[in-house]
Unconditional design. Structure first.
Lengths: 162, 736
C-alpha cells in the first residue's frame, strides 16, 4: 500500500483508485473496490418485518446472515422489477458486511484522484448525501458513493429509535 | 507503576490470579467453618503466595505487600501457631477485599494505591506466632535435610567449579546469592517431594542450619512449602527418571541467577509434575542409581553423605539427585499449566487441561453450527433421493455430526460452581451485616452448563439469593418465636433436567403473603382491585416480577429498589429461560429458574406465515390446535378463543409479519398457543413445518433491535428463517 503511494507520488502526486461501477436507473455509480467483497446474482431475500423500508431483508451468504438494502429506495429512486441483470453487491463498511441491490454491475475502472471532482448538486437532496464525488469519463458521469454515509449514523439512530 | 511488561504476561497473571481470588473467597468462608482444616490453610496460603509471586513479577509492590501480609498470617496458622478467631477472619476478609480491589485496578490499568497502613500493620502482628524464636529454629532444623542435597543438584546441573566442597553444603549456601538460594529451595521442593517420604527423618541438621542463618521469612516459607510438599508426593518417587537428563532442566537451573521467582515457581511445579506422573511402584533405589550414571559428577553425591553428621543421610542424598533430571521428562507441558497445578496441587488431572480463548471456542461452535446445518440439508435431500449407499453415508454423517456437536458443546461447559462459589461469601457478609443467622446449602455444584450462561446467570442469582437473605429469612428472635430454629437456611441447588438446567433457590423464611402482595400491587397501580380479587396465589407471587414493585418499604443497599426482580425476570427470559415462584406463608419461598443447557442452539417450531418461514422458540410453545372460527369470540375488540375452558387472546401473525397487501383467510390455519409467564397467547399461522434445532445468527447492526426478531437462522433447505422473540413481538404489535 505504502509502496503504491510512493510510486504514485513519484508520478506526480496522483493516487490511482479502482472503482466498481454499477447501474441504477440511468446513472452509473462507483464504489471503492476495496470495500467490495463479492457480487452475487439475485436470490430470494427474506423480508424482515418491522425493518425500515429501504432494508429489503436478509439473505443466506454461505451460512452467514447478511442484510440487503435497496439502494433505489435509499437514493429516492422508484422501485424497479428484478431482472436477470440484477445483482447483490456485498460490501464491507465499518467492519459491517451489507448487501446492496443494484440494477446491474458494469466494470472496474481506474481513476486518478485528480480525475475526481467534488460533488455538484446532482440528483435529489436525498441522494446527494451519499455522494463522495463525481468523475467525467468519456462524456459519461460516474457518481462515486460514500458507503460509510450510505449506512450512516442517522440510520442507526433511526433503527434504534424504532 | 508501569505496565510496560509484556501484555501477555500481564494477561496471564490477570486470568490466573482472578481464578485464585475467586477460589480464595470460597475457601475463606469454608475455613471459617473448618478452622482446623490443614489442607484448606495450605491452599489459601498457596493462593496468596501465587498472587504475590505474579504481582511481584509485574512489580505491583502494593499488591505484593498486602498478599505477603495475608500469606504470613496463614503461614503461622497452618503451623498451628495461631488459631482462627472471628476477628482474624474479618481482617483476612478485609485484606482479601483490598487484594480484589487492587486486582480490579490492575485490570483497568489504573495505578494502585498502597493498602491501608493499619491493615498491613495488623496483618504483620497477626503473622507473629507466640513463641517465634523456638518455632523458627525448629523450622530451620526440619528444613535442613531438604536443604542439604542442594549443592549436588546445583553442581550436577551447573557444573560449579568447587565440586570438591560438596561435603559442606553450608559453605556453599553461604556463598550463593539470595536468588540462587531461592532457586535451590525451589529445586529442593522438587527433590524433597519425590523421594522424601522415606528419607524424611531429619538428618544432618547442623550444617545446613548454619548456612541458613540469615535467610528471610520468605525463604522460610519456601522451606515450609517443601516440607509440606514432601509428605504429599513422597510415595511416588520419580521412578521413571528419564535416561537422559537433557537440556531444559539444566538450562533452567543454569540460568538461575537471572530468572525470577515466577520462573522458579514454574520450575518447582515441573518438578512436582515430574514426580507425580510416573509410576509409583518402582523401587526407590533403582531411580536413585540412574541419575548418578547420567550426571557428570557422581562422586560428590556419594561423598557428601559421608561427611554429614547425621546417619540416615546417604539414602536421601542420591535420591535427591534424581529429581533434577526427572523434570526433564516433561518440562514444557507442566510449565504451561503451572497455575492449575498450583490451584490443585494434589490433583494430577490438572495436567491434562489447556487454556483456550473462549473466542476460539465460539468460532468452533459456529463452524459446528454450520456443519449441523449442512447435515440437516443433506438429510432432507437424502430423503428425496432413494439411494441406499447415499443414505448410509448420510446416516453416518448424522451420527458423527451429532457427536461432534455434543463434544464441542461440552468444551464450553463449566460447572455452575463458578457462580455458586461466590455465594458463601455473599451470604456470610449479608447475614453478618443484617445480624441474621443463616446457613447456605449448596447442591449440584458440579452441574455443567454453557459458559455464557454461567456468566449471564451470575447477577440474577446473586440478586435472588440476596433477596432470600434480606426479605426471606427472619431475625433469629423472630424465628424462635415462631417455633423455628434460630438458624435460617438458604438452599441453592442446580440439576440437569433433560435439555434444561433447573436452579432452585429455597429459603425457610417467612414466605410471602399473597394478599399483602396484591394490596401493594394495587397501591402501586400495578393492578386494579377487581383483577387482584380474581388472582390466584401463584399469580400474586409473580407480581414481584412486575416493574416497579418492591415489598420493602424502605430502601436498603442490599435489595429493595424495586427494579431488581423485574430485571432478573427480563434477564432470565433473554436466556430463553423461565422463572417460577412458589411460597408458603411462614414456611418459606421457593424460586425455580429453568434455563436451556446452551444458548447457541435453540429448539424451535418452524411455522409458515404468508410465504415466509419463521421460527418460534419451542420452549414457549405449549400446544397447537386447529383454528376454528366458531370457537372464537371478540372481547373488547380483541379476538379470543376458548382453549381448555380459558379465553386466550388470538393474534393473526400474518397481520404483523407480512408486508404489503394482506389477505388473511380467517377460518384456516393453526393456532400455536404460547406460554408467557402465567399468560397464554394464541398465534394463528398458515402452516406448520415442524420442530428443528437451529443455530441462532444475530441480525447485523442494521437490523439489530428490530422489534419481535430475536435473530435469523439457516433452515435445513438452505433458506432463511427469522426467529421470533415473542415478548417483544407482543410488545410491539399487540398494543392497540
Amino acid at each position: 500500500m505504502s509502496d503504491d503511494r510512493n510510486n504514485n507520488a513519484g508520478k506526480g502526486d496522483d493516487q490511482v483508485l479502482q472503482w466498481v461501477t454499477y447501474r441504477l436507473g440511468d446513472e452509473t455509480y462507483g464504489i471503492n473496490v476495496m470495500q467490495v467483497q463479492e457480487v452475487l446474482r439475485y436470490s430470494e431475500i427474506a423480508p424482515v418485518p418491522g425493518a425500515p423500508d429501504y432494508v429489503l431483508g436478509i439473505i443466506n451468504l454461505r451460512g452467514n446472515v447478511v442484510t440487503v438494502i435497496d439502494t433505489r429506495a435509499r437514493f429516492g429512486l422508484p422501485p424497479e422489477e428484478v431482472t436477470d441483470n440484477t445483482r447483490v453487491v456485498i460490501i464491507e463498511s465499518d467492519e459491517q458486511v451489507v448487501g446492496i441491490l443494484v440494477d446491474s454491475v458494469a466494470e472496474v475502472v481506474y481513476l486518478k484522484s485528480s480525475e475526481i471532482d467534488s460533488a455538484p448538486n446532482v440528483g435529489t437532496e436525498e441522494s446527494a448525501k451519499f455522494i463522495q464525488g463525481v468523475s467525467n469519463r468519456d462524456g459519461e458521469l460516474l457518481i462515486l458513493v460514500d458507503l460509510n454515509k450510505l449506512l450512516s449514523d442517522d440510520e442507526w439512530d433511526e433503527l434504534s429509535s424504532l | 507503576m508501569s505496565f510496560d511488561v509484556d501484555e501477555d504476561i500481564l494477561q496471564d497473571f490477570l486470568v490466573e490470579a482472578g481464578e485464585i481470588l475467586e477460589q480464595l473467597q470460597e475457601q475463606l468462608v469454608d475455613l471459617e467453618n473448618n478452622p482446623e482444616d490443614k489442607d484448606l490453610l495450605n491452599a489459601i496460603f498457596r493462593g496468596y503466595h501465587t498472587v504475590k509471586g505474579g504481582a511481584g513479577f509485574l512489580s505491583l509492590t502494593e499488591l505484593v505487600e498486602i498478599c505477603h501480609g495475608a500469606e504470613n498470617v496463614f503461614d503461622v496458622m497452618r503451623n498451628g501457631q495461631r488459631s482462627l478467631t472471628p476477628e482474624l477472619m474479618d481482617t483476612i476478609l478485609q485484606a482479601t477485599d483490598v487484594v480484589v480491589e487492587m486486582f480490579e485496578k490492575v485490570k483497568m490499568r489504573e495505578p494502585l494505591e498502597p493498602a491501608d497502613a493499619t491493615l498491613v500493620e495488623v496483618l504483620h502482628k497477626l503473622s507473629n506466632p507466640e513463641v517465634p524464636g523456638e518455632n523458627i529454629f525448629a523450622d530451620v532444623e526440619s528444613a535442613a535435610p531438604v536443604a542439604e542435597p542442594e549443592p549436588e543438584v546445583i553442581e550436577e546441573t551447573f557444573e560449579l567449579e568447587d565440586d570438591d566442597d560438596t561435603g559442606s553444603p553450608s559453605e556453599l549456601i553461604e556463598e550463593i546469592t539470595e536468588d540462587e538460594f531461592e532457586a535451590l529451595l525451589d529445586e529442593l521442593h522438587g527433590t524433597g517431594s519425590a523421594p522424601g517420604a522415606k528419607a524424611a527423618p531429619a538428618p544432618s541438621a547442623a550444617p545446613a542450619a548454619s548456612g541458613n542463618e540469615d535467610i528471610t521469612d520468605d525463604e522460610f516459607e519456601a522451606l515450609l512449602d517443601e516440607l509440606h510438599g514432601k509428605g504429599q508426593f513422597g510415595g511416588e518417587s520419580a521412578a521413571s527418571a528419564p535416561p537422559q537428563p537433557t537440556a531444559p532442566a539444566a538450562a533452567a537451573t543454569t540460568d538461575s541467577d537471572e530468572i525470577s521467582d515466577d520462573e522458579f515457581e514454574a520450575l518447582l511445579d515441573q518438578l512436582h509434575g515430574a514426580g507425580k506422573g510416573p509410576g509409583a511402584d518402582a523401587p526407590a533405589e533403582k531411580p536413585a542409581e540412574k541419575p548418578r550414571v547420567k550426571v557428570e559428577n557422581p562422586a560428590p553425591v556419594a561423598a557428601a553423605p559421608e561427611k554429614k553428621p547425621a546417619a540416615p543421610a546417604p539414602k536421601p542424598e542420591p535420591q535427591a539427585a534424581k529429581p533434577a533430571p526427572a523434570p526433564v521428562a516433561k518440562p514444557a507441558e507442566p510449565a504451561a499449566k503451572k497455575d492449575e497445578k498450583k490451584a490443585a496441587a494434589a490433583a494430577p488431572q490438572a495436567e491434562t487441561t489447556v487454556r483456550v480463548d473462549t473466542r476460539r471456542l465460539d468460532q468452533i461452535m459456529n463452524m459446528v453450527g454450520e456443519l449441523v446445518l449442512v447435515r440437516n440439508r443433506l438429510l432432507s435431500l437424502g430423503i428425496s433421493v432413494n439411494d441406499e449407499s447415499m443414505s448410509k453415508a448420510i446416516a453416518n454423517l448424522d451420527v458423527v455430526t451429532g457427536d461432534l456437536q455434543g463434544a464441542v458443546m461440552q468444551t464450553r461447559m463449566q460447572p455452575i460452581k463458578k457462580v455458586f462459589g461466590r455465594f458463601p461469601r455473599v451470604v456470610r457478609d449479608l447475614a453478618r451485616s443484617l445480624k441474621k443467622e443463616i446457613t447456605l446449602e449448596l447442591e449440584g455444584e458440579e452441574t455443567d452448563l454453557d459458559k455464557n450462561l454461567v456468566e449471564a446467570l451470575a447477577d440474577p442469582l446473586v440478586h435472588l439469593v440476596r433477596n432470600s437473605v434480606d426479605h426471606g429469612i427472619e431475625m433469629p428472635d423472630e424465628r424462635q418465636a415462631s417455633g423455628k430454629a434460630r438458624m435460617g437456611t438458604v438452599k441453592l441447588s442446580a440439576s440437569q433436567e433433560g435439555d434444561h438446567i433447573l436452579l432452585v433457590i429455597e429459603d425457610d423464611g417467612k414466605g410471602m403473603d399473597p394478599e399483602k402482595l396484591k394490596d401493594i400491587a394495587i397501591s402501586r397501580g400495578v393492578l386494579d382491585a377487581d383483577a387482584a380479587a380474581r388472582m390466584s396465589d401463584v399469580e400474586a407471587f409473580n407480581l414481584i416480577f412486575a416493574p416497579g414493585f418492591s415489598t420493602k418499604t424502605e430502601i436498603s443497599d442490599i435489595s429493595g429498589r424495586g427494579v431488581g426482580m423485574d430485571v432478573v425476570k427480563t434477564k432470565i427470559n433473554q436466556l430463553n429461560g423461565s422463572i417460577n415462584i412458589d411460597s408458603q406463608l411462614g414456611r418459606g419461598t421457593r424460586l425455580e429458574i429453568k434455563v436451556p443447557l446452551t444458548l447457541a442452539i435453540l429448539p424451535t417450531l418452524m411455522i409458515v406465515v404468508g410465504k415466509q418461514t419463521f421460527a418460534l422458540p419451542l420452549g414457549a410453545v405449549s400446544e397447537i390446535i386447529n383454528m376454528d372460527i366458531k370457537k372464537t369470540n371478540t372481547v373488547d375488540g380483541q379476538l379470543t378463543m376458548i382453549v381448555r375452558s380459558k379465553a386466550i387472546p388470538l393474534f393473526f401473525l400474518g397481520e404483523w409479519l407480512i408486508r404489503g397487501p394482506k389477505n388473511i383467510e380467517r377460518d384456516k390455519g393453526h393456532v400455536v398457543v404460547v406460554q408467557m409467564g402465567t399468560k397464554q397467547v394464541g398465534f394463528v399461522v398458515d402452516a406448520l413445518i415442524g420442530q428443528e434445532e437451529v443455530v441462532i445468527k444475530p441480525l447485523d447492526a442494521l437490523l439489530q433491535g428490530t422489534p419481535g426478531m430475536a435473530g435469523a437462522t439457516i433452515t435445513s433447505d438452505g433458506g432463511i428463517a427469522l426467529i421470533l422473540d415473542i415478548p417483544s413481538l407482543l410488545k410491539r404489535y399487540a398494543r392497540k
